[in-house]
Design a protein around this ligand. Sequence first.
Ligand SMILES: Cc1cc2nc3c(=O)[nH]c(=O)nc-3n(C[C@H](O)[C@H](O)[C@H](O)COP(=O)(O)OP(=O)(O)OC[C@H]3O[C@@H](n4cnc5c(N)ncnc54)[C@H](O)[C@@H]3O)c2cc1C
Length: 389
Amino acid sequence: MRTKVAIIGAGPAGLLLGQLLHNYGIDNVILERQNPEYVLGRIRAGLLEEGTVKLLDEVGAGSRAHAEGLVHHGIELAFGGSRHRIDMNAATGKTVMIYGQTEVTLDLMNARKKAGLSSVYEAADVHPHNFDTDHPRLTYVKDGTTHEISCDFIAGCDGFHGVSRASVKPDAIETFERVYPFGWLGILSETPPVSHELIYSNHARGFALCTMRSTRRSRYYVQCPLDDRVEDWSDERFWDELKRRLDQKAADSLITGPSIEKSIAPLRSFVAEPMRFGRMFLAGDAAHIVPPTGAKGMNLAASDAHYLATALRENYDEKSSAGLNNYSTTALKRVWKAVRFSWWMTSMLHRFPDDGNFGARIQLAELDYVVHSKAAMTSLAENYVGLPF
Ligand SMILES: Cc1cc2nc3c(=O)[nH]c(=O)nc-3n(C[C@H](O)[C@H](O)[C@H](O)COP(=O)(O)OP(=O)(O)OC[C@H]3O[C@@H](n4cnc5c(N)ncnc54)[C@H](O)[C@@H]3O)c2cc1C
């Protein structure tokens, strides 16, 4: 098989890249290790920046998000027993949209199906080859048979544990990492959200986040030790702990119910540089990971896909390799700003075991400053709604 761009991974980065390339008349194939149901079953991100929604619109996959997504104008920061609203729309003129990653993925999958584009699910043993030459190719195994795809370019959109980054010679890549000493225990429940906007809570018992997927489906998180196991957390224990970390009004109005999903995610910041290796480009979680506190993971995957698709279009339409040459530098500038913001939000809101009471007081001073200084509030809002791309 031959294609122009072979994409590894059918998460948000790979699917969006595939649709953008199709819009630009560039044929592409997606190879995905899992089956579609597995990909759609992964409960992950749920907040879209305006730029991400625009990209979905651009590829004709945004209509359900506009119909069903919840547009939010602000968030609330809870600390010291009360809540303080950050009016992001007043500060920036922008909003964010609550719309689950599972729904984004489904809409992009449907758009791909409608366009008749080629995707190979359950592709085992995917390997990129010769990407440091002009003749890159991919091999994979499907139903016991080995197949080969020759292509002009490879897009590694295969997430943090994917094969693309792992195929690069170690001396060609530099990585930067911070592993946080805690995780997020999250549950999904068919209950109305406690508040119509997100509540980020700094509490002596640890961080908590009240978010949602719709007006009927809530997503709640509590900071937990890394060695906790999901089995240790009954629904009852979770709800009790969440209530203790919220202000009284929120705790009193919280509607609880059985969890329909419960999981623990470790928190990590990670960046690999560069994001280009000859004719292979990394995009999304394959190149970087942020802790979910800033809601940036899926949005970065979208901006990478945009930068890469634009660069590939310039390459084919204008015979210019400038965009491809600049891809890594351009994408990393935005990535590092999101990494900084996610690290800052994480640092300000969580209990760090080694920071003691001094650290806790510094956090409270910072939160108090953020909610009372127009400049600080605007800075948070600007980053939260997403820096331009
Ligand atoms: C548990 C968890 C919870 C998260 N929660 C949030 C959140 O609340 N908010 C937020 O903003 N972000 C969150 N994120 C991050 C967000 O989901 C990611 O940033 C986003 O999924 C990145 O999209 P992607 O396409 O780059 O990677 P992925 O979504 O990881 O997609 C990569 C795809 O590549 C496939 N793949 C991997 N290896 C291979 C291979 N060898 N061959 C073929 N295919 C392969 C995978 O199956 C997958 O489908 C979370 C992530 C995780 C893991």
